[in-house]
Design a protein around this ligand. Structure first.
Ligand SMILES: Cc1ncc(COP(=O)(O)O)c(C=O)c1O
Length: 372
């Protein structure tokens, strides 16, 4: 039987990836439970629990929506629902996923203008001010956590600058939501989105977001929003705790179980602290190994760490040796392949899990250095 695919038992590989990640047993059990239909009272009760849990995770009173898609679906929904034909959207990019959002804007025929910084660096408030002075923008989009570089943008400093311009602001928090604290209402974020296969530690297939009243009002004025990802029809059905089309009911059950765990068992603040510790520990390990951290100091992510190739190691080989030892870490993303590698430390990973993996990785790196 292949180590990669076992139809009876599933994968035994320990995932230190920036998603999809390890899914706890309690969620797998929840997925296997029988369900009622999506037009039933029991479903609506479950949907309501999911929405109320998401509002707590995001520190918001805004409408929270559930999408049958991955995060990219909501990134596209933002473009289609919030940008009119004759308006400009500013796509702030610090890496591959920022570039992707801009591509989505272009693919939808919108006036999508990209402003990017060198990979490894964050967006600064000064940069945003400068970009906003060049044009009139109705919508500004950006990542909280850029998974390709491991940089966390200083949202508390950037978002007030965007809000001052009067533009709506959308944040892709795919690789940080439920792992790093982000207070949607305090910052006035209009759409805050993520898929659930990362810090939520759920299987892929579901994405979630909050939508402000201003964003809903704006969507009402935008033509050709499409049908499947239309904020207005999603919000309308959300009011009765349903979705316009058939949702992945088992996945939503899994989300509710995991939200309960996060909010009532682990505790939200403890979860954020754990991720902070995981980030710190990985960076300490990297420095001790002589591996330089890729992100600019002070902007390192606490959910995914990106290390430069300061030791001149064959990272592809390192990743495949780790796989034979039962751990999946990942090479650099896109143009950063072999120039960096990444360790995902998000979801349910504990410090003990991390230490176990780092010990093995240390041996693998030392062996590769000896063989050079
Ligand atoms: C920051 C960020 N945005 C967007 C995406 C795309 O997410 P999905 O594959 O869920 O559509 C990812 C995926 O890794 C991501 O890390």
């Amino acid at each position: 039987m292949s180590i990669h695919f076992n139809k009876d038992e599933g994968s035994k590989i320990k995932l230190f990836t920036p998603g999809p990640v390890y899914v706890p047993e309690r969620v797998l059990e929840a997925l296997a439970k029988p369900n009622d239909t999506h037009r039933s009272k029991p479903y609506s009760e479950m949907h309501q629990m999911a929405i109320e849990g998401l509002q707590k995770i995001l520190f918001t009173k805004n409408e929270c929506l559930i999408f049958t898609s991955s995060a990219t679906g909501i990134m596209e929904a933002c473009v289609r629902n919030l940008l009119k034909k004759d308006e400009n959207g500013l796509f702030l990019s610090i890496g591959a996923f920022g570039d992707r959002w801009h591509e989505i804007g272009v693919a939808n025929g919108k006036n999508a203008i990209k402003a990017g910084v060198e990979w490894g660096k964050p967006i600064t408030p000064e940069f945003v001010k400068e970009e906003l002075s060049k044009n009139k923008y109705s919508v500004v989009v950006l990542q909280s956590n850029e998974t390709s570089t491991g940089v966390y943008n200083p949202l508390n400093d950037i978002i007030p600058v965007i809000k001052d311009s009067g533009a709506l602001v959308c944040v892709d928090a795919t690789s940080s939501m439920a792992g790093i604290k982000l207070e949607v209402d305090k910052l006035g974020i209009d759409v805050c989105l993520a898929s659930v296969q990362k810090c939520f530690a759920l299987p892929p297939g579901l994405a979630v977001c909050s939508v402000s009243d201003a964003a809903i009002e704006k969507a009402n004025q935008v033509e050709n929003r499409g049908l499947y990802f239309d904020f207005i029809s999603l919000v309308k059905k959300n009011k009765v705790y349903q979705t316009p089309n058939t949702p992945p009911i088992p996945q939503i059950r899994g989300l509710v179980v995991q939200l309960d765990y996060i909010l009532d068992d682990e505790g939200l603040e403890k979860r954020f602290e754990r991720h902070e510790q995981l980030g710190k520990r990985t960076r300490i390990w990297a420095r001790d190994m002589g591996l330089e951290i890729f992100p600019e100091k002070g902007y390192e992510s606490n959910t995914v760490s990106t290390m430069k190739n300061t030791l001149n190691i064959d990272y592809a080989k390192m990743v495949s040796i780790m796989l034979t030892k039962g751990f999946r870490i990942v090479n650099g993303y896109g143009s950063l392949v072999n120039k960096t590698f990444r360790i995902g430390h998000m979801g349910e990973i504990t410090l003990e899990n991390l230490e176990e993996m780092l010990k093995v990785l240390t041996d693998v790196i030392n062996e590769l250095r000896l063989k050079k």
